[in-house]
Design a protein around this ligand. Structure first.
Ligand SMILES: [Zn+2]
Length: 456
């Protein structure tokens, strides 16, 4: 239900609850969730055997609940295919099936949702859309292949719920999407950050000036880059619009964080529907405000799939909500999702995060697309190089070589002096992405071999 007034908040009461009241709300929801999960889901019944719901009195009691890992979830599916014993309602209650996009060879996580779950999924997206200033008068283009990946499905329903006009952009070429956005006067566009840049490239090719066009806002999701300042700056410049980051996951069915219209450089956690913890990925111990750690999520809204203390592998830095002037009491993830625990590459003793490389590469608007390649040289030594497409630059007049040399210097400066190869490749030869971009090609044959040891 949309707010009657033009409040900046979708749920004015919950988004501004003083922290003690917010925590009391979370504790009472947690108590109900534990009782519900024990009663309805065989997976959780086994794991929560020792916990009486009534014994949950405060957030400190969370620590008594075991973590859930993706491996455990997958094992449960394999033991009782196709869904495992996770479901808290019979299959008949479900109205739609989705699965994680998953890397090749890995079992995807399979999920089912009921009609009621879909209402909740849309409601979570409404927090984000409304909080970024999307209103019923808007026309929203969703650049997304409507298929088994859950992606922007919830965004679609949220926009209908808001009363916007939705322009579904499935099964279209990039050219058709760009033309539809312009011809139909879309004021809001939803896509991944990578695909937002891809559409802008296509528009240039078609001679369309997006910056002079109707789009006022972009809602980004699906990749961490929506919070990388250089990438976001590039998107905002090319579209002549404001861009907001959001992030969700198939395991939850919807988003759990969104950026508000103040654009504080981070995303608010939807704290009336989730408990988010940040832990040291090695020890599992909590880390404080301002420290990098792994997100652990407990979700209250999805009836068919209760999620308790799920280890997401997402890296975040949590800071208090009052860092943002919007008035929400909900904490922020500064810089959004910083990457994945498993993303980190160790190269000759130096940590390399793809996100950090992207932040440097996107400082160069001349670069259309890039790829990070790792390989083993001489059977033993790690090498890393960044391949870039520079469609507008001539080799002869020295512009391109100068840019490559500068980029190489910046990459080394950002990585304790680590030497990166930097190589120009022909325009249009690197892969383009519509969903989650995969720009790291790790072809090393001896991972953890000589040259991998850290001094510690
Ligand atoms: Zn805010």
């Amino acid at each position: 239900m949309a707010p009657r007034t033009d409040s900046p908040y979708w749920n004015p009461r919950h988004e501004t609850l003083p922290r003690p009241e917010l925590e009391a709300l979370q504790v009472s929801k947690l108590r109900r969730l534990v009782a519900f999960a024990k009663e309805r889901s065989p997976f959780h019944r086994r794991r929560l055997a020792a916990i009486e719901p009534d014994s949950i009195r405060g957030l400190a009691d969370l620590a008594r609940i075991p973590f859930t890992t993706r491996d455990e979830w997958m094992d449960a599916q394999l033991a009782a295919p196709p869904y495992g014993e996770m479901l808290a309602a019979p299959e008949e209650v479900a109205v739609r099936y989705h699965m994680t996009s998953g890397t090749t060879g890995r079992t995807p996580i399979r999920v089912l949702d009921s009609t009621k779950d879909w209402e909740w999924i849309a409601e979570m997206w409404c927090y984000g859309f409304w909080g970024f200033g999307v209103r019923p008068r808007d026309r929203v283009f969703i650049a997304f292949g409507y298929a088994t990946f859950i992606g922007f499905w919830g965004a679609h329903y949220a926009c209908e719920k808001l009363g916007c006009l939705v322009l579904p952009g499935g099964a279209m070429t990039t050219e058709q999407r760009v033309r539809t956005i312009v011809d139909m006067g879309a004021t809001v566009v939803c896509s991944t950050p990578t695909y937002a840049l891809r559409m802008a490239q296509e528009a240039r090719k078609l001679g369309l000036d997006l910056a002079a066009g109707p789009v006022e806002r972009l809602i980004l999701s699906g990749e961490p880059a929506g919070s990388i300042p250089a990438t976001k700056g590039l998107i905002e410049e090319q579209w002549g619009a404001k861009a907001a980051d959001t992030a969700g996951m198939t395991e939850l069915g919807t988003i759990m964080i969104f950026e508000c219209s103040e654009q504080p450089g981070g995303t608010h956690v939807i704290e009336d529907h989730y408990i988010e913890e940040v832990i040291d990925p090695e020890s599992g111990e909590p880390v404080g405000y301002g420290e990098l750690g792994e997100r652990v999520v407990t979700s209250f809204g999805r009836g068919m799939i209760p999620v308790l203390r799920y280890r997401t592998r997402d890296l975040v830095v949590r800071v208090p909500g009052d860092r943002c002037p919007c008035g929400r009491t909900w904490d922020l993830y500064e810089g959004g999702i910083r990457g994945r625990v498993d993303d980190m590459k160790l190269v000759r003793g130096t940590n390399v995060y793809p996100r950090a490389v992207e932040a440097i590469v996107r400082e160069y608007p001349e670069i259309d697309e890039f790829q990070i390649r790792l390989w083993t040289a001489d059977g033993i030594r790690d090498e890393i190089e960044v391949l870039v497409e520079l469609p507008g630059l001539d080799e002869e007049d020295g512009q391109a070589p100068r840019l490559l040399a500068r980029l190489q210097g910046d990459l080394a400066d950002g990585h304790e002096g680590l030497r990166f190869g930097v190589r120009r490749v022909e325009g249009g030869t690197l892969p383009r992405f519509e969903l989650k971009a995969k720009r790291v090609l790790d072809e090393r044959t001896v991972i953890g071999g000589a040259g991998e040891r850290r001094a510690t």
